[in-house]
Design a protein around this ligand. Structure first.
Ligand code: SF4
Length: 377
């Protein structure tokens, strides 16, 4: 039976039917009421601040071939790069000097010994720098996003990152519909991704002590609203600490162009509905406002914040390589001018009324409540 939106927004727990109804919201006034409630609950649980992670896109070299991805191995048109150790440290220095408190390191996926050693070395070097140059006693927070690795690799990187209290890993499931997951990952280049391996990796990460983040793409061709409801339920079952979700955007470097994508306005509405419904269902997780929102509408990361997101990941990657990390077409919001991160901060504060948390780890309340006794950070 359909409930009124007012009745739904007064609830604190949500059945699959409730979530489906929230995702279906179309009336503009009802959408605004849904987003406002997500924002209000975020404020009530997390306070009035946004946590920043300085995003460093270390390399676009990848040995996998996910069909939706613009830097997949089969895309011969991609100009491949890997940042030097010095470039990575300089980018981290910029983020820490700006008071972001945490950096996020990501790249295409590799597991060869040279890559594992390199990541271990840069994690240790960033940790040392945060302690010695910036006086952060425990070291800065670090979010790693390097795909599926072995438990031994997770442990080595955790030790190198140095600060177990602000150690995070982001590994998206992309969709909880296993048939759709298989369709997205049936690439041409040998070994490919499996749903079982993805779940095992998330479990290994939790065992290694990371705050675990995942997420999905919203509006994938062939994805239903019921799939999105199942995604939210899956996040709950996985007991994740962080979420990063964004709209599905087609990539001409990928292998799904013929399947098209949703019209921008409808996709923006569905994305915000999904963010809001997730925030209502999972109030204590950290939720990042995706850069991909900016491709749909300039300035839309602020809309993400107004819909329940409390984390932002400004790009601090050196200018020379930013254009090459094209996971999807027309990637925006990559802060392409020197002072653009400062402008992003000012605009966020102006549009959302939030303040930027400086020199804080900003670990999710979800993680902290699972680990009673941790001091506020
Ligand atoms: S989604 Fe990740 S693993 Fe898949 S092709 Fe892109 S960078 Fe590689």
């Amino acid at each position: 039976m359909m409930k009124s939106l007012d009745a739904l927004l007064a609830q604190s727990t949500f059945s699959p039917d409730d979530l489906l109804q929230l995702l279906k919201t179309e009336d503009p006034a009802e959408c605004e009421a849904l987003y406002a409630e997500a924002f209000r609950r975020t404020t009530a649980v997390h306070g009035n601040c946004i946590y920043f992670r300085g995003l460093i896109e270390i390399s676009n070299v990848c040995v996998y071939d996910c069909r939706y991805c613009g830097i997949r191995k089969s895309n011969r048109a991609a100009r491949r790069y890997t940042l030097t150790r010095a470039e990575i440290l300089e980018a981290a220095r910029y983020a820490l000097a700006a008071g972001y408190g945490s950096v996020a390191l990501q790249s295409g996926e590799r597991s060869d010994p040279k890559f594992v050693d390199f990541i271990e070395d840069v994690c240790a070097a960033i940790h040392r720098m945060s302690v010695e140059e910036f006086g952060m006693t425990e070291g800065c927070g670090m979010t790693l996003s390097f795909g599926e690795q072995t438990p031994q690799t997770y442990e080595r990187w955790a030790q190198a990152a140095g600060n177990r209290r602000a150690l995070r890993y982001l590994l998206r499931i992309e969709t909880s519909n296993q048939a759709l997951f298989a369709h997205l990952h049936e690439g041409r280049c040998g070994a490919q991704k499996t749903w079982q391996a993805r779940l095992r990796a998330l479990s290994d990460l939790r065992a290694a002590g990371y705050q675990v983040g995942t997420g999905v793409m919203i509006g994938i061709p062939g994805q239903s609203l019921e799939d999105l409801v199942e995604d939210i339920l899956t996040f709950g079952r996985l007991d994740v600490d962080m979420l990063g979700m964004g709209p599905y955007l087609v990539s001409h470097g990928g292998d799904m162009v013929s399947e098209g994508m949703m019209e921008h306005k409808a996709l923006m509405r569905l994305t915000r509905n999904m963010l809001a419904a997730t925030r209502l269902a999972l109030p204590t997780v950290n939720m990042a406002a995706a850069t991909a929102l900016e491709t749909l509408e300039p300035g839309a990361r602020a809309l993400g914040v107004l819909t329940g997101c409390n984390v932002m990941m400004p790009n601090v990657t050196p200018q020379r390589t930013r254009a090459s990390y094209q996971l999807y077409d027309n990637k925006q919001g990559t802060e392409s001018e020197p002072d653009s991160n400062v402008r992003l901060e000012q605009e966020l504060v102006r549009v959302t009324g939030r303040s930027i948390a400086r020199n804080r780890f900003g670990s999710s309340l979800h993680y902290r409540s699972r680990n009673a006794g941790l001091p506020a950070d």
